[in-house]
Design a protein around this ligand. Structure first.
Ligand SMILES: [Zn+2]
Length: 328
């Protein structure tokens, strides 16, 4: 029979829910998820982060319990951020063999199998001034800093980390870390680089959680300007050349175009970090009943995946894993 109207009938594939499920192009799976966790000194500590409902600063004993739960939910990986006992100008606890992260990794590895431990590699949580590197006056010294980052990465891996994720945005740090890991025989350990990390207002709540607000100034001398995408491509390209195995775009939701471009151009495993501010906005609106939190959570993450992300660092990881399990 001839179609007397000259148009296409897209709705044919939308009437039946079974057909809708069959033709869906992008779907979240548990394997997409990486759960960020914050470790603090002490015992039996579970401090709620006010601006991030459901997120806590955990002492190592509580962290181990949390990791068991995360693994039991089917989430394959966590990324650890440490808040040290003492901060100093050089961020010494970042690369101390008995630093907070190093102890946390050992404790998790003792009690929880088959959970991938990724560590954030930066100095800002460990420096008294809250900046991501060594300072000369108010300027961050690039080359002196990357030597310490390499030391930090090696100490994480010596403690048992499965993957390291440098977040500092110093130039040449992936190269320095790769060289240092290889020199120590850790040629099998992958690097996930925060390759295109923007100087974003969406990081606000994280700084409460990681206690890493700079004492003066901001991070604009090393993080990227929000208006730039060509520069993001150059950053990602450089990190790949230096040895990054996975490249990350951060934040995620407001930078879907960057995720898309990075994925299409380099065909590399691509991660995206749905940051604290993205999470906090959805949570807050949900708690006020202004939006359907679960629906928007899923939509935000599907969009990040649809843009090209192979994996997503998200504070929603546990909620999503539960949602996927319930869906069956
Ligand atoms: Zn930093």
């Amino acid at each position: 029979m001839e179609n007397k109207y000259n148009f296409k009938r897209f709705r044919r594939l939308r009437y039946n829910p079974i057909v809708r499920d069959m033709i869906r192009e992008t779907e979240l799976t548990k394997n997409d998820l990486i759960y960020p966790l914050f470790v603090v000194p002490g015992d039996n500590v579970k401090n709620p982060v006010k601006s991030m409902p459901g997120v806590f600063q955990l002492s190592i004993d509580k962290l181990v319990e949390e990791c068991k739960e995360v693994r039991d939910l089917g989430i394959p990986a966590v990324i650890l951020f440490g808040i040290p006992e003492h901060k100093d100008e050089k961020g010494s606890e970042a690369y101390a063999p008995d630093g907070i992260i190093q102890r946390a990794i050992r404790a998790i590895k003792q009690k929880v199998n088959d959970l991938l431990i990724i560590t954030d590699v930066c100095l800002c949580e460990y420096t008294s001034h809250g900046h991501c590197g060594l300072l000369d006056g108010e300027e961050i010294l690039n080359d002196e800093t990357i030597a310490l980052l390499a030391k930090e990465a090696v100490s994480h891996v010596e403690a048992g980390a499965d993957m390291v994720a440098p977040s500092d945005m110093m130039d040449g740090r992936v190269f320095a870390i790769r060289k240092a890991l290889d020199y120590k025989g850790f040629t099998k350990i992958p690097i996930m680089s925060y390759a295109a990390k923007y100087s974003s207002g969406y990081y606000g709540p994280f700084r409460d959680a990681a206690e890493s607000t700079p004492a003066f100034g901001d991070r604009r001398s090393h993080q990227m300007d929000i208006g730039n995408i060509d520069e993001a491509i150059r950053e990602v390209e450089a990190d790949i050349e230096e040895g990054a195995d996975i490249v990350m775009v951060k934040p995620a939701g407001p930078y879907l175009d960057v995720i898309r471009e990075v994925k299409q151009r380099f065909k590399m495993p691509t991660a995206a970090y749905q940051v604290s501010g993205e999470f906090a906005m959805i949570k807050a609106a949900g708690q006020n009943d202004w939006i359907d939190e679960e629906r928007v959570m899923i939509e935000s993450l599907v969009s990040i995946k649809r843009a090209g992300a192979d994996m997503i660092l998200t504070y929603f990881a546990k909620d999503v894993a539960k949602w996927i399990s319930a869906k069956g």
